[in-house]
Design a protein around this ligand. Sequence first.
Ligand code: UDX
Ligand code: UDX
Length: 461
Amino acid sequence: MTTKIFRKKIVCIGAGYVGGPTMTIIANNCPDYQVTVVDISEERINAWNSDQLPIFEPGLLERIQKTRGKNLFFSTDIDRCIEEADIIFVAVNTPTKTFGEGEGKAVDLQYIEQTARRIKKNAKSNKIVVEKSTIPVRAAETLANILHSGSNSVQFEILSNPEFMAEGTGVEDMEAPDRVLIGSKGTPSGIIARDTLMEIYLHWVPRERLVTTNLWSSELSKLVSNAFLAQRISSINTIAALCEVTEADVTEVSRAIGMDSRIGAKFLNAGPGFGGSCFRKDILNLVYLCEYYQLPEVAAFWEQVVALNDYQMERYVKRILQAMFNTLVGKKLAVFGFAFKPDTGDTRDAPAIYICKQLLEERADLNITDPHALDNARKELQGIEGEVSFVEDPYKAAEGAHGIALITEWNLYQELDYQKIYDSMEKPAFIFDGRNCLDHQALYEIGFNVYPLGKPPLNHL
Ligand code: UDX
Ligand code: UDX
């Protein structure tokens, strides 16, 4: 048996939503590189080595099956992999701090620091270290300081290469990215490291899509990119509130403004609020940075994007409460969708968490349904008081319910037989389409009292 000689060895520390898919796409496109994804969690690594992946991402399993065991490996042997690697990606989690200075806003850098120390301890030859995790501006400096401290003669070159993929479309986002951003130092060794990373991406990404900047711009661009996207959602959600009281229709307004090419049509869908592991965390990180650099007005501007998101979730619950005669006590509500968006099982910071907790506070009974997120939904609501059931089948979830709260716009919810659902529900039956993805007129004609988001209700009462 001959062992294949690879051009370079890549290791990625952190086999999560970012590390797993990114490395799979690199391995798929670069058969001449050995790619190993490592993690401290044995359970996660075992899952990546099986066909029950730890995350649900359309198209990912097929791509893993193509390369796993050939040039793509998942392992817990972190130290050996660090020692052997030429290029080390860091994709460990960088959550918001829940304690001490900067609590609730600043990034908790403990995993980044632990990872840096582990790299330093095990590296015996020069390495390129690539920040994939989203970290605060100038974090590369901290990383470099740790790596170069003490008597180690190994040279580390730090690059910033933030990930812009969105969950649910991760595979296509990575296979045909709008851009790949690489931040490096302008020193000769920084440029060589940058070119080494560019070589990897050039296997499938056109040269004009590779954007190179200095390290700090790259780190900041990641935060700003997410902040701008979230800001658009909060902006349209404020307009949804205005539409509901003026009889304007937010989808018509979105369409009208989105056709202006200067504004653009994307990210203008009003909803119950944005969720996911990035938006809130990254904006709060930006706010913290602005406060740290004594720019309170700038901090306040961005903080308002998050405040409006909280307001939007509250508004959604209030509308349900008001429509259902100001009491939910003992009423059954079917919750359609718990994931923070469709095509993912991820529930991190999902609006459904807040909304369900509030509905339970109002003492509603909840039947939660979701095609891929029920396990995570169970974990998110563990220990919360109230009547909650988790039901695979949306028809069963709606049986005997007084209302349906649609929070995630899974395609399957558009294809259900709503006459059958209506017939099985208590009357008057309500539906609160938090994503404006259903045919409201048809639902109204069936007999539902329909509450879209950002438009007047269609009410029989
Ligand atoms: C996370 C952050 O959410 C994102 O902002 C950042 O850009 C990258 O890291 P994600 O991949 O979604 O993205 O996180 P998660 O799914 O939690 O994966 C992180 C993995 O790192 C976990 O599997 C965890 O076990 C692993 N880890 C963490 C290590 O291997 N070593 C550590 O020291 C800490
Ligand atoms: C986001 C960024 O898009 C991605 O570039 C980055 O790498 C990680 O963070 P993600 O969190 O996976 O990706 O999902 P995204 O599609 O951006 O949606 C985030 C939230 O915004 C979801 O809760 C979604 O429902 C909501 N959203 C999105 C709206 O409410 N309206 C919209 O028009 C678009």
